[in-house]
Design a protein around this ligand. Structure first.
Ligand SMILES: Cc1cc2nc3c(=O)[nH]c(=O)nc-3n(C[C@H](O)[C@H](O)[C@H](O)COP(=O)(O)OP(=O)(O)OC[C@H]3O[C@@H](n4cnc5c(N)ncnc54)[C@H](O)[C@@H]3O)c2cc1C
Length: 386
C-alpha cells in the first residue's frame, strides 16, 4: 500500500492481523515511524468463526473505524445455540445493544478495513513481504530480514512487535534466544493426543441459523456455524490434525467423522457445500508465551493464549496490540524501563473452555448441566461478551 522508505524505523510490526494493525495504528498516530509487514496480499481470508465480540467496540472507536463499520450494514448475531453430541441443546440470547452488537463478518473484509485505516494513520504497510529472520541486541536494536515480492530487505528499528499469528516466527526466535522463561509462564507442551487444529470454510447462507451462531460438540472437537451476510455462512471447526488432513482430500468423509458425527448437526445443516478453500490453522491449543525481552513484544495469536470457542480472539489480539503500543510510547517518553511486559490473560471462561474442550466428554456433561440449570447460561455469556 505505501511505498518502502529506507532507513531506520521506530517500530517494525510483523503481521497485519487485528493485533498488529491495532498496534501500528496507534503508534503511527503518535508520529512514530512504523513499518507493518505481512506476507499476504489483502484482502486475505483468515481462519476464524467470523464472530466479532461486542468487547471490540471500544477498540474500534479508539482506532477510528467504528462508524465505518456501522455503516457497513452489519450482520448482527443475537443468540447462540449449542448442541452436545447427545443432542442436548442449550440456547441463550446475546443482548444486541443497539450500537455495539456482536456481529459476524468475513475476516477478509474486517482486516482490510482495519489495514487501510492503519495506512491512513501513517503506518507504512508492506504486503506480500514475508519476514524470514529477526535479530535484536541490547543497544543496537532490531534487524528484520524479509523475502517475497519485496525481496531480501534488511530493515532496522528500535522495537519489534511480533503479531504474526499462531506459527509466529518472532515467537520461535524468542524461544531460540531463551527469551521465554520456562515453567508456569513458559511454553506448555501438548501431548499429540490433545493436539487440535482449526478448520474453516465458507458455505452458502444457512437460513435455519437466522441471526444465531450455532455450535455442535462431537467426540473429536466442535464446530460453529454463523451467517456472515445474505449469501454466505462461515463454518469454523476445531478438531484433530488427522481429520483436518482428511478434509483436504475427502471432504464428505471428513464431514461424516467430524460435524456429522453429531446427528443433530446432520439434521439441522444437511447441506454445507464443499469449500473452494478449506483452510487449516495449527495448533489451536493455547500455549502461553511470555516475553522477557524489553524491545520485542509478542501479541495476539503469536502468544498462543486463546482458545477460539468463546469468540474473543480478535478482541484479545487488538487489546494486546493497544497495550503494546501504549508500552512502547511510555518507554520512549520515560527514562524508566517497564517493570513488566506481561499482558492481560484471557478471561476465565476462555481458560475454562480450553480445559473443557480438550476433554470432549466434560463439555458434553457441562452442556447437560447448563440445560438443567438455565440461569448459568446468561451468566457465562455475560462474562464472555463484556
Ligand atoms: C477455528 C477458529 C475459529 C475462531 N473463531 C473466532 C471468532 O469467532 N471470533 C474471534 O474473535 N476469534 C476467533 N478465532 C481467533 C482469531 O481468529 C484470532 O485470535 C485472531 O485472528 C488473532 O489475531 P492476530 O492479529 O494475533 O493474528 P492473525 O489474525 O493470525 O494475523 C497474523 C498475520 O501475520 C501474517 N504473518 C504470519 N507470518 C508472517 C511472516 N513470517 N511474515 C509476515 N507476515 C506474517 C499473516 O499473514 C497474518 O495476516 C478463531 C480461530 C480459529 C482457529
Amino acid at each position: 500500500m505505501s511505498p518502502l522508505v529506507d532507513g531506520r524505523y521506530d517500530v517494525i510490526v510483523v503481521g497485519a492481523g487485528p493485533a498488529g494493525i491495532a498496534c501500528s495504528t496507534l503508534l503511527a498516530r503518535h508520529d512514530l515511524r512504523v513499518l507493518l509487514l505481512d506476507k499476504a496480499r489483502f484482502p486475505r481470508e483468515k481462519i476464524c468463526g467470523d464472530c466479532i465480540n461486542p468487547k471490540c467496540w471500544p477498540i474500534f472507536e479508539l482506532l477510528g473505524v467504528a462508524s465505518t463499520l456501522r455503516q457497513q450494514g452489519l450482520h448482527v448475531v443475537d443468540s447462540f445455540r449449542l448442541t452436545n453430541s447427545a443432542g442436548v441443546v442449550v440456547r441463550g440470547k446475546i443482548l444486541p445493544e443497539s450500537d455495539s452488537p456482536l456481529f459476524s463478518i468475513k475476516r477478509s473484509i474486517l482486516d482490510t478495513l482495519l489495514l487501510e485505516n492503519a495506512a491512513r494513520s501513517g503506518a507504512r504497510v508492506l504486503e506480500k513481504t514475508t519476514v524470514v529472520d529477526v535479530q535484536w541486541s541490547v543497544g543496537r536494536g532490531v534487524v528484520v530480514r524479509t523475502a517475497g515480492e519485496n525481496r531480501f530487505l534488511e530493515l532496522r528499528a528500535d522495537y519489534l512487535v511480533g503479531a504474526d499469528g499462531r506459527n509466529s516466527l518472532v515467537a520461535k526466535r524468542i524461544l531460540e534466544k531463551g527469551g521465554i522463561p520456562q515453567g508456569r509462564h513458559g511454553e506448555r507442551r501438548i501431548s499429540d493426543k490433545r493436539l487440535r487444529v482449526g478448520v474453516q470454510w465458507h458455505t452458502h447462507h444457512q437460513p435455519q441459523a437466522g441471526s444465531a451462531v450455532e455450535f455442535f460438540l462431537f467426540a473429536l472437537g466442535y464446530c460453529g456455524i454463523v451467517n456472515v451476510d445474505d449469501r454466505a455462512a462461515t463454518v469454523a471447526m476445531v478438531t484433530t490434525p488427522d481429520l483436518a488432513r482428511l478434509g483436504q482430500h475427502d471432504f464428505p468423509r471428513f464431514l461424516e467423522k467430524t460435524l456429522y458425527s453429531n446427528p443433530a448437526a446432520r439434521i439441522r445443516f444437511p447441506s454445507l457445500t464443499p469449500p473452494e478453500v478449506l483452510s487449516t490453522a495449527y495448533p489451536i491449543h493455547p500455549r502461553l508465551h511470555e516475553n522477557g525481552e524489553r524491545r520485542v513484544f509478542l501479541i495476539g495469536d503469536a502468544r498462543q493464549t486463546v482458545e477460539p470457542f468463546t469468540g474473543e480472539g480478535v478482541f484479545f489480539a487488538m487489546q494486546e496490540g493497544v497495550l503494546a503500543a501504549q508500552r512502547i510510547l511510555h518507554a520512549r517518553n520515560s527514562p524508566v524501563p517497564f517493570l513488566s511486559q506481561s499482558i492481560h490473560p484471557p478471561s476465565w471462561a476462555n481458560r475454562f473452555s480450553t480445559l473443557l474442550l480438550s476433554h470432549g466428554r466434560s463439555a458434553d456433561l457441562l452442556t447437560v448441566l447448563a440445560s438443567r440449570l438455565p440461569f448459568l447460561v446468561p451468566f457465562v455469556a455475560r462474562t464472555i461478551l463484556r
